[in-house]
Design a protein around this ligand. Structure first.
Ligand code: MIG
Length: 658
C-alpha cells in the first residue's frame, strides 16, 4: 500500500505516474516537527537500503548523504553527493517500509551519522510529498513503488553489446582504428562512443568537419561492421552569434534567466554558455528535436553529460578569483593566503551559489533553479527521449544520462559517472546497482576499467569480470589517463575471452533485463532480498543477477581468490572461455574460492539453469535460436525475448521455456 503525506506546497516533480490522494493524518514511522525535519529511531539491526547512486555500502547506515546532483569525480567515502537524486529508502528491521521523499531541491539523509541509532532527514524547505509504502516483503514494496513511478526505459538489444569509449578520440581515424584493432583481436564490439571532441568548438549538435569529414559515411561504414557510434551531448549551449541553437534559444526565451530576466551565463567546455530551460515543455521539444540533426546521419544512441548542470565558473566568480590571485602578486604568501586562494579557485566549479542565480519558467512562474535543481538532468533526457519517440517512432534509441532524479528512469539509463581506476571502485559501482534498480534505473553500468587515474592490467581483467554482468558494459576513461582499450594489454586475449562470455550471457542478461522492466522488478538484488538468514543480510560484496545467478567478483589487488557465502546450495561455474569451463556443486555456507586472473567464476542458483549462446562479433549476429544451457539438469528457464528494437515491447515479446 502507498500513502501520500503532503507538507507545505510541494512542487510537481513528475516522479510518479499515478496520482495518489494525500492522506490526512499523521505520517507513520517518523517523528516530524512540521519544519522539514523527519526522524526515525533505529534498532541496532535495522538495515537501510536505497538512495540509488550514492557512495558507501548496500546498507546505508552510518553516513550522511545529500541529494544534490553534482559533477563530482571524487567518489570517495567522505563525499556526500554524486550525480543523481534518488530519494527512495527501504527500512528493514523492527519495521518494514519504503519511503520516498518527493522533493526536487537539496535534501539530506543523516542515516545514523550524527546519532548512531537515528535517521534524520531534512530539506531546505518543507514543501514536499512523502510517500510511505508498506507490503509483504522488500521485493513487494519495491514493486509497488516501481509501479507508481512508471515503467523503466527500454534500451535496444544492441546496447547490451560491448562498447569502447575514451575521452581523447579526436578524429574519425581514431574511431576507425578502434574498430580495426578490435576486429584484429577478434573482440566482439557493438559501439564506439564519441566524446566532446567530435563537436565543433563543443557546440551541441555540430560536427567538426576537419576531424569528421563525413560523419554519415562513417556511421554507415561502422554499421556494416555491427558498430553503433554514440555521441555525447552536453547541457550547456555555447554563446556564439550565428550558431542556430544559441540564436533560437535566445529568440524564444528557451534559456534559463538570471534575476534581471536576462539569459543566465555560466561556463563549461565551450566557454560561456546558456542553459536550456528543460522545465518548459516548448524548450524540451525544441532541444529534443535537435538530436534529429544527428539521427538523420544514422546515429541511434546518445549519452547526456554535464546535466547536473555542471558549471565551471560564472563570469562574476571568475573575475573575483582572478582579482584574488592578482592581489597576491609580489607578496610573501603564508599558510592562510595559500589555502584561501586555493579554496577560491577550487570553489569555482559547480559552486552552490550559482544555482541560486538563475530561474526556470514554470507555467509563467519564475522558479529558482536551486529549488528544483535535481530535476534538470532528468528533463534533458526527457527532452531527447520524447523528441526521438516522435522522430524515430519505429525504433528504440539508446539514451543514458549522468544526472538524474527518480522519473528519469522512464527516459533513459544512467552511467555511474567519473569513477577512478581504483580497486575499491569495482565494489562501489556494484553496491549501487540494487539501489538504482529500486529507483527504477535498470539500464546501468559504470566506466569499466575506471575513468580517472591510470588503470592496470589486472584491474582491467577483474573489472571486466564484474562489468560483463551489467546492462551497460562500456570501457571508458579520461583524457590523459593510460590508454585502456583491451588491445593495449598483454592479456588482451584473456580479456577478449571475457567479452565473448558476456556475449554468450546476453540472452540471459537481456531476458532478465526485460523481466525487470516489464514486471517492475529488480535485476540486481542483495542476497537479503531472496534469503532470510542473518548472514545474507550482511553480505555487501555479492549480488543476485536476475533470478538464476549470483556473482562474487574479485575487487582486490593480487587476490588469488576470495571468501564467498552461499545462502543455498549452488553450482559454481569456472570459465576461461565460453566453451572451456568446469562446474562444481557447492553446498550452502562459507567457502574460499580460488579464482585465477583469467578465470570468471559465478554461481547458478539451486535447481536453476540459464540460456547460453555462442558468442558473435556483435549482438546482431548472435544466434538466439540455438541456445545452450548452463546449470542444473532438468531445470526450466523462462526466457523473455523480443525483437530488441520495437519501442512497444508487447508487440514482439515472446516467453519461451528452455
Ligand atoms: O568535465 O566529456 O563524466 O564521461 O568523458 C568532464 C568529457 C566532462 C565528464 C563525463 C565523462 C566525459 C567527460 N565529461
Amino acid at each position: 500500500m502507498i500513502s501520500r503525506y503532503s507538507f507545505g506546497k510541494p512542487f510537481e516533480t513528475e516522479a510518479l505516474v499515478v496520482k495518489i490522494e494525500a492522506t490526512e493524518g499523521k505520517l507513520p514511522f517518523f517523528r516530524t516537527d512540521g519544519e522539514g525535519n523527519y526522524y526515525y529511531d533505529f534498532d541496532d539491526k535495522d538495515i537501510v537500503y536505497g538512495l540509488g547512486e550514492q557512495i558507501r555500502g548496500i546498507n546505508k547506515r552510518g553516513w550522511t548523504y545529500t541529494s544534490w546532483n553534482l559533477d563530482n569525480p571524487h567518489h570517495h567515502e567522505d563525499t556526500h553527493s554524486l550525480y543523481g537524486a534518488h530519494n527512495f529508502l527501504l527500512v528493514d528491521g523492527k519495521e518494514l517500509f519504503g519511503v520516498f521523499f518527493d522533493f526536487p531541491g537539496k535534501i539530506t539523509f543523516d542515516i545514523g551519522y550524527t546519532k548512531r541509532n537515528e535517521m534524520h532527514v531534512y530539506a531546505d524547505r518543507n514543501d514536499m510529498n512523502v510517500y510511505i509504502i508498506t507490503g509483504d516483503n522488500k521485493k513487494d514494496i519495491v514493486n509497488q513503488f516501481r509501479v507508481a513511478i512508471g515503467q523503466s526505459y527500454l534500451a535496444p538489444f544492441w546496447a547490451f553489446g560491448y562498447g569502447q569509449s575514451k575521452w581523447g578520440y579526436i578524429t574519425e581515424d581514431d574511431v576507425r582504428r578502434v574498430a580495426e584493432e578490435y576486429a584484429k583481436l577478434g573482440t566482439p564490439l557493438d559501439s564506439i562512443y564519441l566524446d566532446i571532441d567530435y563537436m565543433q568548438d563543443f557546440k551541441d549538435f555540430t560536427v567538426n568537419p576537419e576531424r569528421f569529414s563525413d560523419l554519415k559515411k562513417l556511421v554507415e561504414s561502422m554499421k556494416e561492421q555491427g558498430i553503433h557510434l554514440v555521441p555525447i551531448i552536453d547541457a550547456g549551449v555555447k554563446i556564439e552569434d550565428g550558431y542556430d541553437v544559441y540564436e533560437e534559444g535566445v529568440a524564444n526565451n528557451y534559456f534559463c534567466k538570471n534575476e534581471e530576466g536576462k539569459d543566465f551565463v555560466g561556463a563549461v567546455w565551450p566557454g560561456k554558455v546558456h542553459f536550456p530551460d528543460f522545465l518548459q515543455p516548448e524548450a524540451r521539444s525544441w532541444f529534443g528535436e535537435k538530436y534529429g540533426e544527428l539521427t538523420k546521419l544514422g546515429i541511434d544512441g546518445f549519452w547526456n553529460d554535464m546535466n547536473e548542470p555542471a558549471i565551471f565558473y560564472s563570469e562574476e566568480s571568475l573575475s573575483e578569483a582572478i582579482d584574488a590571485v592578482a592581489s597576491l602578486k609580489g607578496k610573501n604568501i603564508g599558510l592562510s593566503e595559500y589555502f584561501s586562494t586555493m579554496g577560491t579557485i577550487q570553489g569555482l566549479s559547480s559552486n552552490p551559489k550559482y544555482y541560486d542565480q538563475f530561474y526556470h519558467n514554470v507555467n509563467g512562474q519564475m522558479v529558482r533553479h536551486s529549488d528544483i535543481h535535481n530535476l534538470f538532468g532528468m528533463n534533458m533526457t526527457r527532452a531527447a527521449n520524447e523528441a526521438l519517440c516522435k522522430l524515430e517512432p519505429e525504433k528504440r534509441t539508446l539514451f543514458f544520462s549522468r544526472a538524474s532524479f527518480i522519473g528519469a528512469h522512464r527516459y533513459g539509463g544512467i552511467w555511474q559517472g567519473d569513477n577512478l581506476s581504483w580497486w575499491s571502485h569495482i565494489l562501489q559501482g556494484m553496491q549501487q546497482l540494487p539501489a538504482l534498480n529500486m529507483a527504477g534505473f535498470i539500464y546501468i553500468g559504470s566506466d569499466t576499467g575506471g575513468f580517472g587515474a591510470d588503470t592496470t592490467e589486472d584491474l582491467m581483467l577483474r573489472w571486466i569480470q564484474f562489468a560483463l554482468f551489467t546492462p551497460l558494459f562500456r570501457n571508458h576513461s579520461a583524457l590523459g589517463t593510460r590508454e585502456q582499450e583491451l588491445y593495449q594489454f598483454d592479456s588482451c586475449k584473456a580479456m577478449t575471452e571475457m567479452v565473448k562470455i558476456r556475449y554468450a550471457l546476453i540472452p540471459y542478461l537481456y531476458s532478465e533485463y526485460l523481466k525487470a522492466v516489464i514486471n517492475n522488478d529488480m535485476m540486481f538484488k542483495p542476497l537479503s532480498f531472496e534469503f532470510d538468514d542473518e548472514e545474507s543480510k550482511c553480505v555487501e560484496d555479492q549480488l543476485l543477477i536476475g533470478n538464476e545467478l549470483m556473482i562474487a567478483p574479485i575487487y582486490k589487488q593480487n587476490a588469488s581468490g576470495r571468501y564467498v557465502y552461499l545462502p543455498e546450495d549452488m553450482m559454481l561455474i569456472r570459465m576461461r572461455k565460453y566453451d572451456d569451463y568446469e562446474t562444481e556443486q557447492m553446498t550452502k555456507g562459507h567457502h574460499y574460492i580460488k579464482v585465477a586472473l583469467d578465470e570468471l567464476v559465478f554461481f547458478v542458483r539451486k535447481d536453476k539453469a540459464i540460456p547460453f549462446a555462442k558468442p558473435a562479433k556483435s549482438t546482431s549476429e548472435l544466434d538466439l535460436n540455438s541456445l545452450g544451457r548452463l546449470g542444473y539438469e532438468g531445470a526450466k528457464y523462462e526466457m523473455y525475448m523480443d525483437d530488441g528494437i520495437n519501442p512497444d515491447v508487447s508487440a514482439t515479446l515472446k516467453r519461451v521455456e528452455i
